[in-house]
Design a protein around this ligand. Structure first.
Ligand code: CTP
Ligand code: ZN
Length: 162
């Protein structure tokens, strides 16, 4: 734990700490997990603190919630450097790295307005194949449109404004 983090938030008893998030992306991580704050979970968001590995980083602590492996892997879309710490009885009992799946479904929308996934009547669940990880490139499995990390971040930000 960095000294600056210690000044900001205490350790949690039980839950998940998502550490080593690229600086400024903590809110996007919460949106990927669908955590709005209205669930009543205790959540700590720490942004732009010093990190030996990354220079600056964000941290998200969610008390009383454990993440599925699908959720963990979705985080890799925008925070491939993240570490997932499972905390029980104040101890880190497991540390996992995030890993991008080969196909990602339902989080990002296709940017092509005529894509079949955007038909107003019978929209299909958007589905992308991972073409490249760094920099991120996703390809719509229906129309072939390629979207990048900036598109994903923008969409997550817009979702927060609704
Ligand atoms: N943490 C927490 N509550 C706990 C235990 C740990 O909030 N009861 C947080 C720490 O503040 C840190 C992260 O979980 O942000 C990982 O904890 P730990 O493994 O103890 O820290 P480091 O050894 O620094 O982790 P790493 O090597 O992954 O950087
Ligand atoms: Zn498409």
């Amino acid at each position: 734990m960095t000294p600056s983090e210690g000044l900001l938030v205490r350790r949690i008893r039980e839950g998940t700490v998502i550490d080593h998030i690229p600086a400024g992306r903590a809110l996007a991580v919460l949106r990927i997990l669908g955590i709005t704050g209205r669930e009543g979970l205790r959540v700590a968001v720490v942004m732009n603190v010093e990190s030996r590995r990354l220079g600056r980083k964000d941290i998200v602590k969610v008390e009383g919630r454990h993440l599925s492996s699908e959720e963990v892997n979705r985080i890799a879309l925008i925070a491939p450097s993240a570490t997932i710490n499972i905390v029980k009885g104040y101890q880190v009992i497991e540390k996992k790295r995030v890993k991008l799946p080969s196909v990602i479904e339902g989080i990002v929308a296709c940017t092509n307005p005529t894509c079949i996934t955007r038909k107003p009547r019978e929209p299909l669940r958007p589905r992308f194949r991972i073409l490249a990880e760094r920099p991120l490139q996703l390809q719509c499995t229906y129309c072939g449109t390629i979207i990048d990390e900036e598109d994903v971040l923008e969409q997550l930000e817009e979702a927060g404004e609704e």
